[in-house]
Ligand binder design. Structure first.
Ligand code: ASP
Length: 468
């Protein structure tokens, strides 16, 4: 028998486009050009049209407003009009032919929003229509197949993603469409009714959730890469409001991204990471307005990943710096604390009973400090201090507010000597007093606590120590 040569699997890129990338016909034409420029880009996941300027409203926000109006029992023709106009204008400017379907669809949506509200349903149907209409328009413009997310993204009756059913349905639908060149709207899916009398309904993810759809679709299809097209050329090394023109991070790991986003850097919906991370699919953040920029690539492991991203010759030893203000330190001191079994447990018990979570707990032989976000302590601080005095009887207890935390994140930290010296040296030279130090056991970051007033100065000093 002749040996069977396996058919090579062509690479597949799932390309998600955010709202500003699709805000009007000019932006949609850019997205279409990007999709057509690479034959591997066979699956597009669009958001709803976003803001065209600072004074503009997102279509999704207008749709929530339509729902709220309908829920009050008022007619929505007036509030729906700008939504209608935006889609008609986009279709017109894109030169989409035969737009009779669009007018019918818009009428159906308007009536549907009123009906759902009259049935006492929530805003999900209304909110999802921006993506649904935009995906139909994009598909018509490209001449690609449209797959309704309602048919392939499935939630459980409890409202969680039904991953198994969803992955199978996405793969099957794309297969039926000839293996690709499809548009699947982001942000929503279908949730089954509670019983036989309750019909299935549209359910959305949380705001910004088209990122999640893109990740799920990439995972379902075993994509080679998940491209996330937005209006910036990737994740910056630090906040551009603090440091002028910071560098873009070319390559980072999912763990580094988690550290940086926890401390305030935002680029992807946090829930979008899990489906692709599990499957080792890289995420590439790209700029629709500067498609030649390589953007930021997020991978599980920087040594083994399917994309060839070479750090530039002048690569810096850290990945990024992020931070947040508004933390408080509660510092406890007690002689021979180290010999008292269960001391830490008692301290944390006080926090647990007060419903407070803590960020860090640096400790010494006779000292233990709790670093807590101010919002957690609102209205509870005095009670917590009283409870600690009563239950763990410290010799002293001090509460110090106005703390800012800064995380310097980098996978190189584990292996390169001298990184901490450089960081602390920079802060000392800048005359900044460090009030807390914590290095996570993963050695992926060093966190320092400084006075809130020193926050920006400290970020600039650390950046300059490693980058310039
Ligand atoms: N359009 C939705 C929102 O504004 C989802 C998204 O854009 O990702 O939240």
């Amino acid at each position: 028998m002749a040996p069977v040569t396996p058919t090579p699997v062509p690479p597949l890129k799932v390309a998600k486009f955010g709202g500003t990338s699709l805000a009007d016909a000019t932006q949609i034409a850019k997205a279409a050009a990007i999709l057509r420029a690479d034959p591997a880009r066979r699956v597009a996941v669009p958001s709803a049209p976003g803001r065209r300027s600072d004074h503009d409203a997102k279509i999704t926000d207008r749709l929530y407003q339509c729902h709220n109006t309908a829920a009050l029992g008022d007619g929505i023709a007036g509030v729906f009009e700008p939504v209608r106009q935006r889609f008609v204008e986009i279709a017109d400017q894109l030169g989409v032919k035969d737009t009779g379907w669009l007018t019918e669809e818009l009428d159906r949506v308007e009536a549907g929003i009123e009906r759902e509200a009259a049935d006492g349903q929530g805003p999900d149907y209304a909110a999802s229509r921006g993506e649904a209409l935009n995906a139909r328009l994009l598909a018509a413009h490209l001449g690609w197949a449209f797959i309704d997310a309602a048919d392939v993204i499935h939630f459980t009756p409890a409202g969680r993603l039904d991953a198994g059913k969803t992955y199978a349905a996405v793969a099957d639908a794309v297969d039926h469409a000839g293996g690709g060149h499809v548009v699947i709207p982001g942000f929503y899916g279908t949730q089954p009714g509670k019983d036989d009398h309750d019909p299935p309904r549209i359910k959305t993810f949380s705001r910004g959730g088209s990122d999640i759809t893109g990740a799920i679709v990439a995972r379902a299809l075993g994509a080679h890469v998940y491209e996330n097209w937005t209006d910036v050329s990737g994740l910056l090394m630090t906040d551009p409001r603090i440091v002028d023109n910071p560098r873009t991070i070319e390559l980072l790991t999912y763990r580094e991204l988690r550290e940086l986003s926890y401390m305030g850097a935002t680029v992807l919906h946090p829930e979008a990471v899990f489906p692709v991370r599990e499957a080792g699919i890289p995420v590439n953040i790209r700029n629709t307005n500067a498609p030649d920029d390589p953007g930021t690539t997020i991978v599980a492991n920087t040594d083994e990943h399917p994309l060839q991203v070479q750090p530039t010759a002048d690569a810096v030893p850290i990945t990024g710096i992020a931070g947040r203000k508004d933390f408080t330190i509660i510092a406890l001191e007690k002689a021979l604390m180290n010999t008292e079994v269960g001391y830490g447990e008692k301290v944390l018990g006080v926090l647990r009973r007060a419903g407070i979570s803590f960020e860090h707990m640096p400790s010494g032989i006779d000292t233990l400090s709790l670093v807590v976000e101010d919002t957690q302590l609102e209205g509870k601080l005095d009670d917590v201090v009283e409870a600690l005095k009563r239950e763990v009887e410290p010799d002293t207890i001090e509460v110090d507010a106005d703390l800012a935390l800064i995380a310097t994140v980098g996978r190189a930290m584990k292996t390169q000597p001298g990184m901490a010296a450089r960081l602390f040296g920079a802060l000392a030279t800048a005359g900044i007093n460090i009030r807390m130090i914590d290095q996570g056991s993963s050695e992926l970051n060093i966190i320092v606590g400084v006075n809130s007033d020193d926050f920006e100065k400290a970020v600039r000093a650390i950046y300059a120590a490693f980058v310039r």
